[in-house]
Design a binder for this molecule. Structure first.
Ligand code: PLP
Length: 442
């Protein structure tokens, strides 16, 4: 592509000027790998962006979408409906932890986060507690880029330019503790008491009656994979119960198999009041997300004059027929190919493979759970993030797509990977880590 052809597209979350000087493009994909326009294979070490669990261009999903475009290409979900949206909602409700069987459909994780926050506010009003307008998020959390998600999110660079206009929020400390977790395998054994900050500081400071909801990712993904200590999420749940606080799990990354169950709520045995989902629900083949809501919350809002919408909220493409077709086909695929069980079976090999990188130059931490791992590199002096960027670029050149939030390389392979695919991916990562060890000019 010539330079002019790259100029018009303002790329999201990308250093545009740098990218356009040295573009790294992909042109097609199949199964576990992309191909560049020149035909070079690049393994998909991040399942696209944590979404292509079943592998690229899965035939069942592709067929379902092709069939759907010839039947019903678009139908609004405002005051009319089409069967697939209802089917999808019912299937999702049946897969979720008991009680979370009401589903609001949207098109992305960001929209899903903001939707959950609006439901929490509307619920507070509906039960006569409209003073509950404060949200509690967590440092280093990512809840998308809407104003609500940004407010509860804790990735400082994402907030800096917009902070002054965000809704009211306070933040728990992140669950990261370098002293005890640097090379932890799976869940850290210690640290559950970090959850007590919710009661000891946040409730004490603001008063429980001010708080609309507590929002956490069960495993913080985008910041570079931070795994909650054993018992931490249980403790959050107990504190929320004691103070009548809604607990929202953002499962945009963990939902639909990444940890070996449909939802992290099931992996950790903790039932939240709402689950936010997106990404893997459609295998990334169509924009789709949503919120699973406890029935009592939904029912509390089903009041007022019957001719008025109970929640003044929704998107033109909520319940889009193509997205629903992709979602239903993905749910079939997850079940028929037993993908969560495949993740559970592959996870021990994955864990051994990523932890073998501990001796690569400059690796200061490796952490993992399910098919997600963060491999953190020592930052260059005075230039946080630059080592990560170099390593990510080198990985692409070695044939692996990875992500580098800051100086952490993320590996989140598709669920259909085999042990030898994991070994190839980790081999590319090692080569990239070695290459990037020699400073910015190397
Ligand atoms: C936990 C979490 N929530 C929300 C989002 C935002 O999703 P989207 O980019 O689809 O808006 C992401 C995206 O990575 C995420 O990881």
């Amino acid at each position: 592509m010539n330079t002019a052809a790259l100029d018009a597209y303002w790329m999201p979350f990308t250093p545009n000027r740098q990218f356009k000087r040295t573009p790294r493009l992909v042109a097609s994909a199949q199964g576990l790998a992309y191909r560049t326009p020149e035909g070079r294979e690049v393994l998909d070490g991040t399942s696209g962006l944590w979404c292509v669990g079943a592998g690229h261009r899965h035939p069942r999903i592709a067929e379902a979408m092709k069939r759907q475009i010839d039947v019903l290409d678009f139908a609004s979900s405002f005051q009319v409906g089409h069967p697939l949206a209802f089917q999808l909602a019912e299937r999702l409700g049946a897969l979720a932890p008991p009680g979370l069987d009401r589903v609001f459909l949207v098109n992305s994780g960001s929209e899903a986060c903001d939707t959950a926050l609006k439901i929490a506010l509307a619920y507070a009003q509906a039960i006569g507690e409209g003073q509950r307008s404060l949200f509690i998020g967590r440092d280093r959390a990512f809840h998308g880029v809407g104003f609500g998600g940004l407010a509860v999110g804790g990735m400082v660079n994402n907030r800096r330019a917009f902070g002054a206009v965000l809704p009211r929020a306070d933040h728990l400390r992140s669950t990261w503790d370098a002293a005890t977790q640097a090379f932890v395998r799976g869940q850290p054994k210690v640290g559950a008491e970090m959850a007590d900050e919710l009661e000891d500081r946040i409730v004490a400071l603001h008063g429980a009656g001010q708080i609309a909801a507590v929002v956490v990712e069960p495993v913080a993904g985008s910041t570079g994979v931070l795994v909650p200590p054993v018992g931490y999420l249980q403790r959050l749940r107990e504190i929320c119960d004691r103070h009548r606080l809604l607990l929202i799990f953002d499962e945009v990354i963990t939902g639909f198999g990444r940890l070996g169950d449909m939802f992290a709520a099931q992996t950790f045995g903790v039932v939240p009041d709402m689950i936010v989902f997106a990404k893997t629900v459609s295998n990334g083949a169509a924009p789709l997300g949503g919120v699973l809501v406890k029935r009592e919350i939904h029912d509390a809002l089903m009041h007022g004059p019957a001719h008025l919408a109970e929640l003044m909220h929704g998107y033109t493409c909520s319940g889009h027929p193509l997205a629903c077709a992709a979602g239903l086909a993905m749910l079939d695929t997850l079940e028929q190919e037993a993908l969560p069980a495949r993740v559970r079976a592959l996870a021990p090999h994955f864990e051994r493979a990523v932890h073998a990188l501990a001796d690569a130059p400059g690796v200061v931490s490796v952490r993992n759970i399910g098919l997600a791992a963060g491999i953190e590199l020592a930052a260059d002096d005075g230039a946080p993030g630059s080592r990560g960027q170099r390593a990510q670029a080198a990985a692409f050149d070695h044939g692996l797509l990875t992500r580098a939030p800051g100086d952490t390389l993320v590996l989140a392979p598709p669920f259909i990977s085999e042990p030898e695919d994991i070994d190839r991916m980790v081999g590319c990562l090692r080569a990239a880590i070695v290459d990037s060890a020699h400073g910015a000019g190397a």
